[in-house]
Design a protein around this ligand. Structure first.
Ligand SMILES: Cc1cc2nc3c(=O)[nH]c(=O)nc-3n(C[C@H](O)[C@H](O)[C@H](O)COP(=O)(O)OP(=O)(O)OC[C@H]3O[C@@H](n4cnc5c(N)ncnc54)[C@H](O)[C@@H]3O)c2cc1C
Length: 373
């Protein structure tokens, strides 16, 4: 039997969920996920940080213009999506000018950003080693983000609007029909007018299935882990070391735990990513160099794929080589934070509308996000 929809969204991570949520009011939507669970891959493996001033100009604008959604009261939720957690990006001797320049650039979009140095670094986070860490950028309005509540909010709204969610439904073949597309999936055949490609690390593979030229996405593995500490870290900021000698980050979590990473970026095939012991060991070494934490062991480890286009900006837009193929891929390291803006961009473009005024005011343009920019 063949089912008919206006739009088939391929991928049940945060990209597919925000797309379905924002498209549902005006279209018959089906959300297709190859795994038995939604959000099984990168979306459930993030550091869950809301930060604006990272990832480059376009991502900064997308993240900034997503803030209003996070700050809204969402009646379906029993707790806010954001829990305040300042982020302190730190640098070592010789990086002062670089971080001052970056802070001066980024404060234009995010007023809470400022350069810090000297004793203030240790005042903000007493376990930093002042002989190693000499400068930093504080983003005081950053926050910890409830990723699974956000994903569930999108899916719940999509379902309430009529979206059909199909798990264990890997799309294995795509062919053109007169009115759009026919998709062979592990749970049956679907016909639709439009495909939204939200397949994360598999974005180029889905494009190839449809006969669409890939955009050159590269999935990059990043290993993360949690570690128990003797101190109570709850008053510390998130520490992100920008030093190329000691790359790492750590985030205070409940129960005297830190969520840590080397900030590694290793090109990978699109797979179920696994953590690398060497990346954990190097992260521990760097964290122990910039701080007095003296980490020795870890509680849990995992890895996820952050997927980038060649210029590292997201790919949101119609493919101009074929009718009815929309890309929502390449969110790299900020796909959760930027997801409210991504959903609105997809909804506007697919409806044939202009970009919403707030996104234009934030300096965003369809053409900067387009697949063949
Ligand atoms: C360690 C780490 C830390 C991070 N920290 C942050 C952070 O603090 N803040 C932030 O905003 N972002 C963070 N990110 C990035 C963020 O997690 C990603 O940008 C985001 O999850 C990407 O979402 P996605 O929906 O595109 O991908 P995914 O979540 O991978 O979803 C894509 C889905 O498509 C499905 N799929 C693929 N092919 C098919 C097919 N043929 N048929 C059906 N389904 C298919 C896959 O199974 C998958 O579920 C982090 C990532 C990592 C790895």
């Amino acid at each position: 039997m063949t089912d008919g929809f206006d739009i088939a969204v391929i991928g049940g991570g945060i990209g597919g969920a925000t797309a379905a949520c924002h498209l549902t009011p005006n279209h018959r939507v089906v959300l297709l996920e190859q795994e038995a669970e939604l959000a099984f891959h990168t979306t459930s493996r993030s550091a869950a940080i809301y930060l604006e001033g990272d990832g480059g100009g376009i991502m900064h604008r997308l993240n900034r213009s997503s803030r209003a959604f996070f700050d809204q009261n969402h009646p379906e939720l029993d707790a806010p999506l954001l829990d305040p957690l300042p982020v302190l990006t730190v640098g070592t001797e010789g990086m002062e000018q670089e971080l001052q320049d970056q802070a001066a650039r980024d404060v234009v979009l995010t007023p809470s950003i400022r350069y810090v140095s000297g004793h203030e670094l240790v005042d903000l986070c007493p376990i930093l080693r002042p002989e190693v860490v000499t400068c930093g950028i504080l983003e005081a309005s950053a926050a910890s983000l409830d990723v699974m509540a956000l994903h569930q909010l999108y899916v719940r709204r999509a379902r309430a609007g009529g979206t059909e969610v199909r798990r264990s439904s890997k799309v294995t073949a795509i062919e053109r029909t007169t009115g759009g597309w026919r998709l062979a999936t592990a749970s049956g055949t679907i016909e639709c007018g439009t495909i939204v490609n939200a397949a994360g690390a598999w974005g180029d593979i889905v494009a190839e299935l449809a006969g669409v030229q890939p955009v050159g996405l590269t999935p990059m593995r990043r290993t993360a882990f949690t570690a128990r500490v003797d101190q109570d870290p709850t008053l510390w900021p998130f520490i992100y070391s920008h030093s190329s000698r000691y790359p790492c980050y750590f985030k205070p979590e409940a129960g005297q735990q830190l969520l840590c990473s080397l900030s590694d970026e290793t090109p990978s095939e699109p797979v179920d990513a696994r953590p690398l012991e060497i990346d954990v060991a190097m992260a521990i070494d760097h964290i122990n160099t910039i701080s007095t934490l003296n980490l020795r062991s870890v509680t849990t480890t995992w890895a996820g794929l952050r997927t980038f286009a060649p210029d590292r900006d997201p790919v949101y837009g119609w493919d101009d080589s074929v009718d009815g193929f929309f890309w929502l891929c390449g969110q790299g390291g900020w796909g959760i934070v930027s997801s409210p803006a991504a959903g609105r961009i997809a909804a506007a473009a697919i409806a044939g509308d202009d970009l919403p005024a707030e996104l234009v005011e934030a300096g965003l343009r369809f053409e900067d996000l387009a697949p063949r920019r």
